[in-house]
Ligand binder design. Structure first.
Ligand code: NAD
Length: 490
């Protein structure tokens, strides 16, 4: 069944500053597309420097009052936001599908994870936010640690999870007493329109959350602005390095979650009936545009041909189309540029000598002839040195690599520049434990293709997939507060 679009055209997207939803005064506008139809669905204002400064200023003024509001009251706003997210979940999910291209089921997952983070942030307020105290550290001397919010934070997010990634940080930041300026991806900014409406409907005090649109210029203003205490960034490694360097240069705290090239290892003793559907979804879910998407399939031992054959057969069954059709398994990639980049990688793979055993380059979806579709694409006989095995493609392209042993597979993973996630499929506790202990990646899946941590766990990442000390989700408590130590003698 094809679900209805919320709107065909969202017009000029608005910015949200000091509790006011308003039109930007910028004369630089981008366009947000529906990638299934190659249609413009919104105009995206690239906020002026003055608007960004105004947003930061308003967040700073709001901070002075917001931090004084008792935690029990701040939590009530989060309950209200959670309820509104539940109420509008389907509407926002459809907006995500329209602007991003992922299927409605995936978009609903985006919403569920967002809500889960609000719930986790509520729990944090009553638990991890508390300080510590020890009487008599010395004669008549007691020592106490209290946690305090810091002020204004910038939240910079990628295109692939337009709502969930802002919610990896936003609810924690505000429940702990901080205020924020969000800069969504300029590629998928449409769903944030509804999120802004939610803040208005729950009467969140003015300036606690502000939203500006744009790209590098907004980020640069965040760095040069003294009122910004820190930034959270999720996106590519190239931009992530820029963010981390500038955080050091301008003295800001930073969480930087970056790019990935994730491995899935299949051992000969894996239960293939369960493994194959799981890896198909890990490689091609979200059209391969997940930071936890599988990219390299390493098959160990003499089951290589069997796994390859079953993987190709199952991948061929995926139905492509408009994600609003709830029978569709895979939507288009996000932009025409993304499509060109991915096709470029497929050409590179062919030139490098990998064997293209499933070619998704020429798929045509009859109803959507202009959509940015690429079908599941699989390379065989890939070696770890090939570019397609090393660089992040961020699309529906899988590379199958053979390894003689688990040691060889682990060695390949550990030589990768990235360390976001790695999974193993096996029925051996020994292999699973060895994998968990020896693989250098932040999120490990054992018989799980997409190792996505729940909100109440940190979101890992290592090597070029992560820069900083603290991770997103629950680690935010450490990030969005600072500790003050009070030593008392009476
Ligand atoms: P991107 O790096 O292009 O953009 C991310 C954000 O940075 C956007 O808001 C964008 O406007 C901004 N930006 C872009 N260029 C900039 C510049 N020169 N200076 C300052 N800011 C700039 O990433 P994307 O294409 O939107 O997202 C895909 C990437 O995100 C992939 O690499 C994926 O692996 C990664 N990702 C990582 C995680 C994780 O948790 N590690 C999660 C999701 C996505």
């Amino acid at each position: 069944m094809l679900l209805e679009e919320i709107k065909r055209d969202y017009g000029n997207l608005k910015i949200y500053i000091n509790g006011e939803i308003k039109e930007s005064k910028t004369d630089t506008w981008g366009k947000a597309f529906n990638p299934t139809k190659d249609e413009v669905i919104a105009n995206v204002p690239f906020s002026t420097r003055d608007e960004v400064r105004e947003a930061i200023q308003s967040a700073n003024e709001a901070f002075e009052k917001w931090k004084e509001i008792p935690i029990t009251q701040r939590i009530q706003y989060l309950f209200a936001i959670k309820n509104k997210l539940e109420e509008y979940s389907e509407t926002i999910a459809r907006m995500i599908t329209q602007n991003h291209g992922k299927t409605i089921i995936e978009a609903r997952g985006d919403m569920r994870r967002s809500i889960e983070n609000v719930e986790a942030a509520i729990s944090v307020a009553y638990t991890l936010y508390k300080g510590e105290h020890l009487d008599l550290v010395s004669s008549e001397v007691d020592e106490t640690v209290v946690r305090e919010p810091l002020g204004v934070f910038g939240i910079i997010t990628p295109f692939n999870f337009p709502v969930m990634v802002p919610f990896w940080f936003l609810p924690y930041a505000i429940v702990l007493g901080n205020t924020v300026v969000i800069k969504p991806s300029e590629i998928t900014p449409v769903p944030i329109e509804m999120i802004i409406r939610i803040f208005e409907e729950v009467k969140l005090p003015k300036g606690v959350v502000n939203v500006v649109h744009g790209a590098k210029d907004v980020v640069d203003e965040m760095f040069s602005n003294k009122l910004i205490q820190g930034v959270t960034f999720v996106g590519s490694t190239k931009v992530g390095k820029y963010i981390y360097e500038n955080s050091a240069k301008y003295g800001k705290k930073a969480i930087v979650q970056a790019g990935a090239k994730n491995f899935v290892v299949v051992m000969p003793d894996a239960d293939f009936n369960k493994t194959i559907p799981s890896i198909v979804s890990a490689f091609f879910g979200n059209a391969g545009q997940r930071c936890l998407a599988a990219a390299n399939l390493v098959v160990v031992g003499d089951v290589y041909d069997e796994v390859k054959r079953k993987f190709i057969e199952a991948s061929k069954q995926l139905k492509l189309g408009y994600g609003l059709d709830d029978t569709v398994d895979m939507g288009p990639v996000v932009t025409n540029d993304a499509k060109k980049r991915i096709l470029g990688y497929i050409d590179k793979g062919i030139k490098e000598g990998a064997k293209l055993v499933l070619d998704g380059r020429n798929v045509r979806i009859q109803e959507y002839p202009n959509g940015y579709f690429i079908g599941p694409t699989i390379f065989n006989e890939v070696t770890p040195e090939m570019i397609i095995a090393k660089e992040e493609i961020f699309g529906p392209v899988a590379s199958i690599i053979h390894a003689k042993s688990l040691d060889e597979a682990i060695d390949m993973i550990n030589k990768s520049n990235y360390g976001n996630a790695a999974s193993i499929f096996t029925s051996s506790g020994y292999y699973a434990r060895k994998f968990r202990m020896e693989v250098n990646a932040g999120n490990i899946g054992i018989n799980v293709g997409v190792a996505a941590p729940m909100a109440f766990f940190p979101f890992g990442g290592r090597k070029e997939s992560f820069f900083g000390v603290l991770h997103g989700q629950i680690d935010s408590v450490e990030f969005f507060t600072d500790k003050k130590v009070v030593i008392t003698r009476w």
